[in-house]
Design a protein around this ligand. Structure first.
Ligand SMILES: Nc1ncnc2c1ncn2[C@@H]1O[C@H](COP(=O)(O)OP(=O)(O)OP(=O)(O)O)[C@@H](O)[C@H]1O
Length: 675
């Protein structure tokens, strides 16, 4: 077992904490424990910091005996990157083979789904991606299928038009057989006649519709296009078919750490339990989390996560939150959790800045973020916030966009926020989109090249051109294919890619578009084909609204050297800010539609726990979801918390809020007045 020395602890403290700060006994007990155990704690209690301390210590013991490794999992890429950014340069061994630091999805893909697929289909899957999957299954569904008559195809299409299950249904696996289910690990998909149809489908018709779906799904699986859920299906297949496989993974990883455990979906949780939580398990499995911060998981009852494990540790006190903020946050905890705010000023004195409620008239919504920035400026001027390069100021909300004008979302507070949606898309409807909406990365030429190659692959896809194994072309396959062509096709492609990437970089989008359009017929002759089905894709104009090229500047407001980033609550999970502005947004209906409606009593000081105990209405789920969201959002700042509520919903709050706990300002149509 790993022995932790006082020098080890001093080393981690020097890297992770501010001068003078140390790990107290509670945290040390966890840091020194490498057995199977759970850690539960409040926001900002230092869970992630304690995990990083463990990893820094483990790094010194690498490589482990028998070349076993360490597995570190989190839910999102942002959380994984945070681990990399904070300790990556001190832990070169941890971030290389045989260790693995990544998301639960990437772990499932790499260690289960890809090996399972390889063993079944003798190749790697082409893509694991929901977007490509949805597009592919959309096409394959409408292809004619051998042995089906036209009417049967029509029935399947009609069924799907009514029930819209094509993108959501999945396979489940049982005793070597796939069957149709509504969602991952969900109920069986039972085909029935839509109410609108006068004549009921016969039993045979129903069976044939089910077969149509089955064959569609199987075909997509065989072509190697998987959705994220399929990775878990394949994990199930390999773990069932090869009983020793679980032992192999355990042998590979001696220590397993899962951060943000509360965010796992049920199937992710089950998979980890299946592999690492059994009596003879040779891995040590530690799970860290906070029941109250579960904002991703839809399907998992949090009680379920934590109840199984006998060995649990709790750590108290938040090093992030000041006392006034902790006092507010506590009211939103769904379990009776005390949140002690231990954050102090640099001079060791208590932080006393009161949270601020901003009641704004809708006409002034665009001023909310700038006024938040002004409030920060005032605090800096008063010496209550010390300016520092590491300070983070964030405006966050739940819902990004809504087409309905009266449903307030982040993009109403910050119209530029709209641009963000398109940045990550890698599959588009027209060639023009591929050239116009390229994700800006550090290696921009490379991003341009990739996008052009993706557009060429898309043309091959639409034309039905496949590789020698009847599989869809990927970028690497395309390059391989060109490399072995007899003439100079490869050199020409390479040169074109270089010139076009450079020209896109210089903004010559239209010229590049023309050049690619001219090249495509030649490109297709390399496959002995010509333009047939892809005409629309090549020549149609972009249907996407003209958005500015992805510009990072659009995502923040900068004034007086104070930069306020605008993002979602989901994306700031686990982060520590100096000041956080929580923007209320519309989210579905039930006990109101905004946080200020569902959680009015908590802002007024009644703990949600007590409130829900006496609550009679339906919509409890909505209240719980909102409470978790606010709990996560409100627990980000060390110094200053601000909550923006539109005036029509703020009346009661404005009148009744405890001014010992909150400051309040109104942002009126014509003027800004302190209350
Ligand atoms: N022992 C400590 N003493 C002082 N400050 C600490 C200590 N441990 C962590 N911190 C600081 O407290 C803040 C929160 O830490 P961390 O992000 O690890 O908490 P967390 O419990 O993982 O938070 P969350 O629940 O929100 O994910 C950070 O700024 C961190 O540097």
């Amino acid at each position: 077992m790993i022995k932790v020395t006082p020098e080890d602890i001093a080393y981690t403290e020097s890297l992770l904490l501010k001068p003078g700060q140390t790990f107290d006994d509670e945290r040390l007990r966890f840091i020194k424990n490498f057995k199977t155990i759970d850690l539960q704690a409040v926001p900002g209690s230092g869970k992630t910091t304690a995990l990083l301390a463990k990893l820094l210590i483990l790094e010194k013991h690498l490589p482990l005996e028998k070349n076993r490794g360490i597995l570190v999992l989190s839910h999102t890429n942002a959380a994984v990157n945070e681990v990399k950014n904070r300790i990556g340069h001190h832990c070169p061994k941890l971030f290389s083979h045989p260790n693995f630091v990544g998301t639960i999805q990437s772990f499932t893909d790499n260690f289960l789904a890809i090996p399972a697929y390889l063993s079944k289909y003798k190749q790697k899957p082409v893509r694991i991606d929901d977007e490509i999957y949805n597009e592919t299954i959309g096409r394959v569904f409408h292809h004619n299928k051998k042995g089906f008559v036209i009417q049967e195809k029509k029935n399947a299409t009609y069924y799907n038009k009514n029930f819209n299950v094509l993108h959501s249904f999945r396979f489940s696996y049982n005793k070597g057989v796939f069957s149709l289910v509504k969602s991952i690990y969900g109920e069986p998909l039972e085909i029935k006649t839509p109410n609108l149809r006068k004549e009921k489908f016969t039993k045979n018709e129903i069976d044939r519709i089910a077969e149509w779906f089955y064959k569609t799904k199987l075909k997509v699986l065989e072509t190697g296009i998987l959705n994220y859920d399929d990775a878990y299906l394949l994990a199930d297949v390999i773990l069932t078919e090869i009983p020793s496989y679980r032992g192999l993974i355990q042998n590979r990883f001696k220590y397993v750490f899962v951060d943000e455990m509360q965010d796992m979906e049920k199937h992710q949780f089950d998979l980890l339990e299946r592999i690492f939580a059994n009596d003879n398990c040779t891995s040590f499995y530690q799970r860290l989390g906070d029941v109250n911060q579960s904002i991703f998981s839809k399907s998992l009852d949090n009680e379920e996560i934590w109840k199984q494990r006998a060995d649990k540790m709790f750590i108290n006190g938040s090093h992030r939150l000041s006392r006034p903020i902790a006092n507010i946050v506590e009211k939103f905890a769904l379990t009776s959790t005390e949140v002690q705010g231990r954050m102090k000023n640099n001079d060791g004195f208590d932080l006393t800045i009161k949270p601020l409620l901003m009641c704004y008239d809708i006409e002034r919504i665009a001023d909310v973020i700038p006024i938040f920035s002004d409030e920060i400026k005032k605090l800096i001027d008063k010496g209550l916030i010390i300016p520092n390069e590491g300070n983070k100021y964030e405006a966050i909300g739940w819902r990004k966009h809504h087409d309905h004008i009266n449903k307030i979302c982040i993009s109403d507070y910050w119209p530029n926020f709209k641009t963000n949606e398109k940045l990550k898309k890698i599959d588009y409807d027209t060639l023009e989109d591929y050239i116009k909406f390229i994700e800006n990365g550090t290696q921009t030429l490379e991003a341009n090249r990739k996008s052009i190659l993706n557009s060429l692959n898309k043309i091959l896809y639409i034309e039905g051109i496949r590789d020698e194994y009847s599989r869809v072309f990927t970028i690497s396959k395309l390059i391989k294919y060109f490399k072995v062509l007899p003439s100079n096709e490869y050199d020409l492609l390479k040169l074109n890619l270089y010139n076009w990437s450079l020209a896109i970089e210089n903004g010559a989008i239209d010229i590049v578009l023309d050049k690619i359009r001219t090249y495509i017929p030649y490109f297709l002759t390399c496959f002995s084909r010509q333009i047939n089905y892809s005409k629309d894709f090549i020549y149609e104009s972009s249907k996407n609204e003209k958005v500015a090229s992805p510009d990072e500047r659009a995502q923040y407001f900068d004034k007086n050297g104070i930069r306020v980033n605008i993002s979602t609550v989901h994306s700031v999970k686990g982060q520590t800010h100096t000041a956080t502005l929580y923007l209320e947004t519309f989210f579905s209906k039930g006990a109101g539609s905004y946080e200020s409606e569902r959680l009015q009593n908590q802002v007024l000081g009644i703990p949600i726990k007590e409130h829900l105990d006496n609550y009679k209405g339906g919509s409890v789920d909505k209240i719980i979801q909102s409470a978790r969201m606010v709990y996560v959002g409100f627990s980000r700042p060390t110094h200053f918390l601000c909550f923006a509520v539109e005036s029509s919903r703020a009346n009661k709050l404005f009148k009744e809020i405890d001014r010992n706990d909150w400051d309040v300002i109104q942002i009126k149509k014509t003027e800004v007045a302190d209350s």
